[in-house]
Design a binder for this molecule. Structure first.
Ligand code: URA
Length: 217
């Protein structure tokens, strides 16, 4: 019997075990103290062939309970921003800088970022997204620093697309606010909407190939 796998499906089959290794390692990870209070690790989820990767800061209360990224109030806004530009969670990959919840949702510590980001680096290498959307200053400064660039606050850097080299591959980086910011100040929501239109234009410039995976067999 001839097995006819599409290249997309072949890629997925190669990538799945690599991504599962990351989830398994994170689950057993004791490299920083965050494991002591976690209920679940939150490695991330979505398409392993995603053109677009969203990187948040760290799991919060609901994510820690469910083991899934952006499932609380900020996640509802992220879902809305995605659906406004005709994207689904299944088409993109969503993760965060830290894979465990910091106590009381405090900011990630520099050491925690240093210890945890090898997981994120491996995820970026597996998925090889063409576009990365960083949600908030922690993921923005991490991705910029990987490209050898410095950042400051999100307000200065958002609203633009940056073409950067990341570990040997080129990506378009769209830094924006963390959706949680919009829960406290609606002004941020408008900016997030503007930045998601930037993402839409980037995808359109690429002939909307984000819908390619729908042809998967
Ligand atoms: N905020 C994040 O940065 N990541 C999540 O997974 C949830 C909330």
């Amino acid at each position: 019997m001839k097995i006819n796998l599409t290249r997309e499906r072949e890629n997925t089959l190669l990538k799945e075990p690599l991504m599962e290794d990351i989830a398994t390692e994170a689950k057993a990870c004791h490299k920083c103290d965050l494991w002591k209070q976690r209920r679940n690790t939150v490695p991330g989820e979505g398409s392993l062939n995603a053109l677009v990767m969203f990187i948040g800061e760290a799991p919060g209360y609901h994510e820690d309970i469910k083991g899934r990224p952006f499932v609380g109030a900020a996640g509802k806004l992220l879902d809305k921003l995605l659906s406004d530009i005709n994207l689904t969670r299944q088409e993109v990959f969503i993760t965060s800088v830290l894979k465990c919840r910091p106590p009381k949702n405090r900011d990630p510590l520099a050491d925690e970022v240093k210890i945890c980001t090898p997981y994120l680096d491996r995820q970026m290498k597996i998925i090889k997204p063409k576009i990365i959307v960083t949600l908030g200053r922690h993921s923005t400064s991490y991705v910029f620093s990987k490209a050898g660039l410095e950042t400051g606050n999100t307000t200065r850097f958002r609203g633009n697309v940056y073409e950067i080299g990341l570990s040997g591959f080129q990506i378009s980086l769209i830094p924006t606010y963390h959706p949680a910011a919009a829960l406290y100040d609606v002004g941020y929501k408008d900016k997030l909407e503007i930045d998601s239109q930037l993402l839409k234009s980037e995808l359109e410039n690429r002939g909307k190939p984000h819908t390619l995976h729908k042809h998967e067999s």
